[in-house]
Ligand binder design. Structure first.
Ligand SMILES: Nc1ncnc2c1ncn2[C@@H]1O[C@H](COP(=O)(O)OP(=O)(O)OP(=O)(O)O)[C@@H](O)[C@H]1O
Ligand SMILES: [Mg+2]
Length: 399
C-alpha cells in the first residue's frame, strides 16, 4: 500500500474546508451591505464617548436580515475604544424574559458574586443605580428579541425613569425585534421612549444573498466545489423567502452535506433542491412542536386519516389527497376523548383550521357543487408519518 499524500487526506473530509464558517453562530469580520445601518447604530451610541447619554434605539427587520450581527459588531467596536465608564450589556430576551431577570443579569455583569435569587425588585433597581452612579457609568443595554419580555412596558418605564433618578451616569436601550406588530402592544409612553430613534433592516435581495454566500464559500469550501448555479439557486430561494441570510446559509450548508454524502465533488442545483425540502420540513416540525395541544390533536387526526387505507379520501386529478372537514372533525373529537380532553366546538375547530392554514401546515379548498352539498376539503401539506411522529413525541410522552 502506498502512503497517502496530504491531498488525499484532505480529500477524505469531502468538499468542506471549514464547516463552522457556515454555522449560524459564526459571524464574519465584515458584514456586507450593512454599512449604512451600522453607521446609524454607531451614531446613536456615539454620544457615550463624549460623556453623554446614547439615544434609545429600536431596530426592526425580518428574520435573518443581520440585526443581531450588526448590533453586536457596533458594541464590540465601542468596547474596543476602551473607555472605562462605558458599559455594554447585550442580552437575548428569550432567556431574560422579564424586567426582574434583565435587571438581575445586568447586576451580575458588574458584580458576578451577586446571589441569584431572593431580592425584591426595588432592591435590584437600587443596586443597579448605585453602580451606575458611583462609577459614573454610561450603560448601553441591548435587548435582542425584546418582544419576548413579558412585562416590557414596566421594563422600558423603569429604565427610562432611571435616568431621572440618577445624579451621575446614564442608561440607554437598544431594542431589537422581528415582530412587525410588536410596537402596537406597547403603551404609548414606553413606545415613544424606546423608539427615540428607529432603524429598519430591509430584507436582502438575491444578489446580496449571493454575495453573503460567496464570502463564506471562500472560507468554508474547498476551491471550485460550489457550482455557480447552486449559489444562484440558494440565493434566489432565500430571497423569495423573506431575504433571510440565515436560511441562505443553512441551504448551502445542507446542500454541501448532501453532496458530501453522495460523494459528489461539487455542490449542484439538485443538492440545493433537496436541502430546501429538508429545511422546510425541519421548519414545519419545529412549528408543529410549538402548537397548542388542541391544534396538535387536530393535525394528528388528519395525519391518521391520511394513513388509513380504508378511508375513502377524495383524490384530485393531480394526485392530491383531500379530506372532508366534517370527518376530520369527527376524528379530532375521537382523539380528544381518547386522550382525556374535551373536544372544542366546531366554531373553534374552524378557527384552528384557519391558523393551521396560515402556518402552511394544511390547505383548504371549497368543494364544488355535487360533492355532499358544499363542504370544505382539507389537505395535509407534509408527510403524515412525520407529522405524527413530531406530535407523538410531545403529546403522548407526557405523564
Ligand atoms: N450582511 C451580512 N453579511 C454576512 N453575513 C450576514 C449578514 N447579515 C446576516 N448575516 C448572517 O446571517 C445570519 C443571520 O443574521 P442575524 O442573526 O444578524 O439576523 P437577525 O436579523 O438578527 O435575525 P432574527 O430576527 O431572526 O434574530 C448570521 O449567521 C449572520 O452572520
Ligand atoms: Mg437576531
Amino acid at each position: 500500500m502506498v502512503a497517502p499524500s496530504f491531498g488525499d487526506i484532505l480529500d477524505e473530509k469531502g468538499i468542506f474546508l471549514d464547516k463552522r464558517v457556515l454555522s449560524p453562530h459564526y459571524t464574519p469580520d465584515q458584514l456586507l451591505y450593512r454599512d449604512g445601518e451600522i453607521t446609524s447604530i454607531m451614531k446613536a451610541v456615539a454620544p457615550v464617548l463624549k460623556g453623554s447619554r446614547a439615544k434609545n434605539l429600536f431596530i426592526y427587520g425580518k428574520t435573518g436580515t443581520g440585526k443581531s450581527a450588526s448590533v453586536r459588531q457596533v458594541l464590540q467596536k465601542l468596547e474596543a475604544e476602551g473607555v472605562q465608564e462605558i458599559a455594554v450589556i447585550y442580552l437575548n430576551c428569550k432567556v431574560y424574559d422579564s424586567r426582574y431577570k434583565v435587571l438581575q443579569k445586568c447586576i451580575t455583569q458588574f458584580n458576578p458574586d451577586f446571589a441569584k435569587t431572593g431580592y425584591s425588585f426595588a432592591l435590584l433597581y437600587e443596586k443597579l443605580l448605585d453602580w451606575v452612579e458611583e462609577k459614573n457609568i454610561r450603560l448601553i443595554l441591548a435587548l435582542d428579541e425584546i418582544d419576548t419580555v413579558k412585562d416590557l412596558d414596566n421594563l422600558v418605564y423603569t429604565l427610562t425613569r432611571a435616568n431621572d433618578d440618577l445624579g451621575k451616569g446614564c442608561v440607554s436601550l437598544i431594542g431589537i425585534s422581528n415582530k412587525i406588530n410588536f410596537k402596537q402592544r406597547l403603551d404609548p409612553r414606553s413606545k415613544s421612549s424606546l423608539c427615540e430613534e428607529e432603524l429598519i433592516f430591509q430584507p436582502y435581495n438575491a444578489q446580496q444573498l449571493k454575495g453573503i454566500l460567496e464570502q463564506r464559500v471562500k472560507k468554508g469550501f474547498k476551491p471550485n466545489s460550489v457550482g455557480e448555479s447552486a449559489l444562484n439557486l440558494s440565493s434566489a430561494i432565500a430571497a423569495s423567502d423573506n431575504g433571510d441570510a440565515r436560511y441562505a446559509l443553512l441551504l448551502l450548508l445542507r446542500a454541501g452535506e448532501i453532496a458530501d454524502s453522495q460523494k459528489d465533488q461539487v455542490v449542484l442545483d439538485k443538492h440545493v433542491t433537496l436541502a430546501q425540502k429538508i429545511a422546510d420540513e425541519d421548519k414545519a416540525y419545529e412549528v408543529i412542536s410549538t402548537l397548542p395541544a388542541q391544534q396538535q390533536i387536530l393535525l394528528y387526526g388528519l395525519a391518521t386519516l391520511a394513513q388509513d387505507v380504508s378511508y375513502k379520501r377524495l383524490v384530485e386529478d393531480n394526485g392530491e389527497k383531500l379530506y372532508f372537514s366534517g370527518e376530520v372533525y369527527e376524528q379530532y373529537s375521537r382523539l380528544c376523548k381518547k386522550t382525556g380532553r374535551e373536544p372544542r366546538t366546531s366554531r373553534w375547530y374552524r378557527e384552528y383550521l384557519g391558523e393551521l392554514e396560515m402556518l402552511g401546515l394544511i390547505s383548504m379548498v371549497e368543494s364544488g357543487k355535487g360533492i355532499r352539498g358544499h363542504t370544505t376539503l382539507i389537505k395535509l401539506e407534509y408527510a403524515p408519518e412525520k407529522v405524527k411522529k413530531a406530535i407523538e413525541k410531545i403529546l403522548f410522552t407526557e405523564n
